[in-house]
Design a protein around this ligand. Structure first.
Ligand code: PPS
Length: 295
């Protein structure tokens, strides 16, 4: 399957200083008409941080662990991606309008670009953060396979762009810190990908408490099992294989690529790692937000 009128590898477009995939930048205007509901739940992340994983977990929770119900549609329909817009595919806004309450919604937007209605309606947020090095590697492979991004160039040049915040959605450093700051005054559950890898059951319990639900032990166990990397990699409703291949080419790199913490060690050279660490210390100075880049 191929989508019509899709132009690949367009340059990023800056909105309020934030570079975005061109089609997504153009969707922000219409998104101003979006009306949030107080019972919406927003999943917010910097790209490649565990969005799909936590989305599947939440859809399972919302459907009481019913596997059949969670197989009803691809994850981008079950959990509308607000700013998503690609010719020939329903936009995130359209999907959100067609989703019955209580809705799960996804965004990667930095706080400054978030539709104000979400904050006005005090929509609860689950934010997932992942260590910067694994995000950079995952993002590089994603840029290669999802051609709505500009050409990533070499790994070395992509890493420089990532550090400079010149990739789609801008600076990782700013994103994770501003959502962290907001979590001190706004209803946000701030989770870490590495904690989810270490003990998914514990993190699912935190989510259950945050959304004010409880489930029997065996259902929680089923959710842990169904949302394991192996299961999700083989699940066409979770692995993005239902999108046209010109939007995501899984022959270049699977969306469900490796799903581990610490994979960056296989990609970063010693020199890249040293340079990255020095730059990281500068960008994160003064923040009490701490990451584990391995578990
Ligand atoms: S996106 O496109 O920004 O929404 O991507 P996102 O879902 O945030 O992140 C994709 C990375 O998450 C990994 N992933 C998982 N890891 C562990 N367990 C589960 N269940 C899981 N599901 C997705 C996915 O493999 C991507 O990471 P990498 O490092 O590329 O493998």
């Amino acid at each position: 399957m191929e989508s019509d009128q899709l132009t690949l590898r367009l340059p990023l477009k800056y909105v309020k200083g934030v570079p975005l995939i061109r089609y997504f930048a153009e969707a922000l205007g219409p998104l101003q008409n979006f009306q949030a509901r107080p019972d919406d739940l927003l999943i917010s992340t910097y790209p490649k941080s565990g969005t799909t994983w936590v989305s599947e977990i939440l859809d399972m929770i919302y459907h009481g662990g019913d596997l059949e119900k969670c197989h009803r549609a691809p994850i981008y329909i079950r959990v509308p991606f607000l700013e998503f817009s690609v010719p020939g595919i329903p936009s995130g806004l359209e999907s959100a309008l067609n989703t019955p309450a209580p809705r799960l919604l996804k965004t990667h937007l930095p706080v400054a670009l978030l539709p104000q209605t979400l904050l006005d309606q005090k929509v609860k947020v689950i934010y997932v953060a992942r260590n910067a090095k694994d995000v950079a590697v995952s993002y590089y492979h994603f840029y290669n396979m999802a051609k709505v991004h500009p050409d990533p160039g070499t790994w070395d040049s992509f890493l420089e762009k990532f550090m400079a915040g010149e990739v789609s959605y801008g600076s990782w450093y700013q994103h994770v810190q501003e959502w962290w700051e907001l979590s001190h005054t706004y209803p946000i559950l701030y989770l870490f990908y590495e904690d989810m890898k270490e003990n998914p059951k514990r993190e699912i319990q935190k989510i259950l408490e945050f959304v004010g639900r409880s489930l029997p032990e065996e259902t929680v166990e089923r959710i842990v099992q169904h949302t394991s990397f192996k299961e999700m990699k083989n699940n066409p409703m979770a692995n993005y294989s239902t999108l046209p291949c010109d939007v995501m080419d899984h022959d270049i790199s699977a969306f469900m690529r490796k799903g581990i913490a610490g994979d960056w060690k296989k990609t970063f050279t010693v020199a890249q790692n040293e340079r990255f660490d020095a730059h990281y210390a500068e960008k994160m100075a003064g923040s009490n937000l701490k990451f584990r880049d391995d578990i």
